[in-house]
Design a binder for this molecule. Structure first.
Ligand code: AMP
Length: 504
């Protein structure tokens, strides 16, 4: 029976003793061993009464067993719904209820609070802990290690991933087998992954980056990964001499640059450093090249679309850009008002179409209609422009666009000028309600260790380079910028915290 995603990612590795997961302590788990555990877990899912198409909500720490649970879901046709391990009980209630999950798998520390909630919502509950043990594993241990793969079609759902939802409720993005498989194939191709690669995997697996980009690419290429529970600079540095590739968020790279051990010698066996999920500062790109000789390859994607663009493997990786649309992905920049495609150089909304684009938002037909056009183009909400050579540069989310005195202000432009100041380490620019201008531009900065903030001087320096309406009215120094687990700056936290700044 056919199951396109399982058949491509997992089935080819049955019976193979080739290394798949390497623990930081060097312990190796083979492809075959991993697949046997997945099969036992698939039986356990069936024993709990799940059927193909049912949702499996999973909030656990990153372990090999958690990854095997993803494989088990694909093999049994169950829809995998991974949840950020930072979510609170209240947030979990919403996800379980909204998705009508049939089974919840959580860490034992959540069991007490979640059991009544799950049972009230008609879901069963099992545990899987950070040490790889739990009631799910007890049930799985007695099962057969061969499982009859469930029949699935390309359009059937493989996963439901909730967006981070910084505005309003989180939305469940419905991802089909085709969405995931086509993207994995495209990425293996673009980034030249082969069975000889060894990827350093230090990303969470509740998010598209670590779960689909990193794991699916590794599985499809048939290579191995050093599988780390979380970002750990020492462990990554120790793994580099035995690895070939790293996928990270920008903060991985800034933290690596803070370590003197990062140099050409350490990275000489590495062939590829990839960055995504948040903008990589051009400065970081340049510093990394200076230290290691490697040009970081930046790519752009999102939960709803998988990956959309990448800088080239061969050819110029242009700092500050996210490269070109992937093959099979159509990308246009459109006028937010009219939806018409804009000429090169003009800023507008990114719209994408292709096999990578999701099936819509779970239980939200209205929202789906708003964002996913009938002709298949998805309105991403990201603002960007094409340059003359076809590279895409993202200037920020549409909801972060500032309108001050009737003029559009793109935060990225001001952040770039700020980041170029010798005393400034990084910055985030937002618009806050202002009695005269509608919104006033405010910059939050993290200063270099040696520097002290002098607000008037910084504003004056910016005034040399920026039009008056773009120049921040206030510059506020912070110890660090608020970021989520994927390294994205949480501008909503800044806006909420300083809402009254101009109103008093
Ligand atoms: P998520 O759905 O959590 O993966 O978030 C997707 C969003 O992250 C996108 O819509 C972009 O706003 C942002 N993003 C992802 N990759 C990049 C990148 N390379 N540069 C700038 N923003 C990015």
């Amino acid at each position: 029976m056919a199951n396109p995603l399982y058949d491509a990612l997992f089935a080819p590795h049955h019976g193979k003793s080739t290394p798949f997961l390497i623990a930081p302590d060097g312990k190796v788990r083979s492809h075959d061993d991993f697949l046997k555990q997945a099969a036992r877990l698939a039986h356990a899912l069936m024993a709990m009464g799940l059927q193909p198409g049912d949702r499996l909500a999973v909030q656990v720490e990153k372990t090999e067993a958690a990854l095997a649970l993803y494989a088990a879901a694909v093999q049994s046709g169950v829809v995998f719904l991974p949840l950020n391990s930072a979510y609170t009980v209240d947030e979990l209630r919403y996800f379980i209820e909204d998705s009508q999950a049939g089974l919840v798998v959580c860490d034992q520390r959540m069991e007490g609070e979640l059991t009544p909630i799950a049972s009230g919502l008609g879901a069963k509950l099992l545990t899987l802990n950070a040490d790889g043990h739990g009631s799910l594993m007890v049930l799985a241990d007695d099962q057969a290690d061969v499982f009859p793969t469930a029949h699935r079609q390309s359009d059937d759902l493989a996963a439901l991933l909730y967006t981070s939802g910084t505005t309003g409720r989180s939305k469940g993005a419905m991802l089909s087998q085709r969405n995931l498989l086509s993207n994995a194939q495209t990425l293996v191709d673009h980034w030249r992954f082969t069975a000889d690669d060894r990827l350093i995997h230090a990303l969470p697996i509740f998010h598209t980056h670590g779960l689909f980009v990193a794991s699916n690419v590794t599985l499809l290429a048939g290579c191995s990964m050093v599988f780390m529970p979380k970002f750990d600079r020492d462990a990554i540095i120790a793994a580099m001499p035995h690895s070939t590739a790293l996928m990270g968020v920008p903060t991985f790279y800034t933290r690596l640059l803070d370590d003197d051990r990062l140099n050409q010698d350490l990275t000489k066996g590495m062939r590829l450093f990839i960055s995504g999920s948040a903008p990589l500062l051009a400065e970081t790109h340049l510093q990394f090249e200076e230290r290691t000789g490697h040009r970081i390859l930046e790519r752009y994607g999102m939960t709803e679309t998988n990956m959309n663009t990448t800088n080239p493997y061969e050819g110029e990786r242009r700092a500050g850009t996210v490269g070109f649309p992937l093959s099979g992905v159509e990308l246009k920049i459109t006028d937010p008002e009219t939806g018409k495609a804009l000429p090169k150089g003009e800023i507008g909304l990114i719209e994408v179409r292709g096999e990578n684009v999701f099936q819509g938002y779970w239980n939200m037909p209205e929202k789906t209609k708003e964002d996913l056009r009938e002709d298949g183009f998805f309105i991403t909400g990201d603002l960007a422009k094409y340059d003359a050579d076809g590279y895409v540069t993202i200037v920020g989310r549409q909801k972060d666009l500032i309108i001050s005195g009737g003029f559009n202000v793109y935060p990225k432009e001001i952040e770039t000028v700020l980041d170029d100041q010798a005393d400034v380490k990084e910055s985030a620019v937002v618009g806050l309600e202002h009695p005269d201008f509608g919104e006033g531009v405010v910059a939050f900065v993290v200063m270099q260790e040696w520097a002290e903030v002098n607000e008037d001087q910084l504003i004056a320096a910016l005034g040399q380079e920026l039009a008056k309406y773009k120049t921040p009215k206030r510059i506020i120094a912070l110890e660090e910028l608020p970021r989520n687990t994927m390294g994205k700056v949480q501008k909503n936290v800044l806006r909420d915290g300083y809402r009254e700044l101009f109103l008093n």
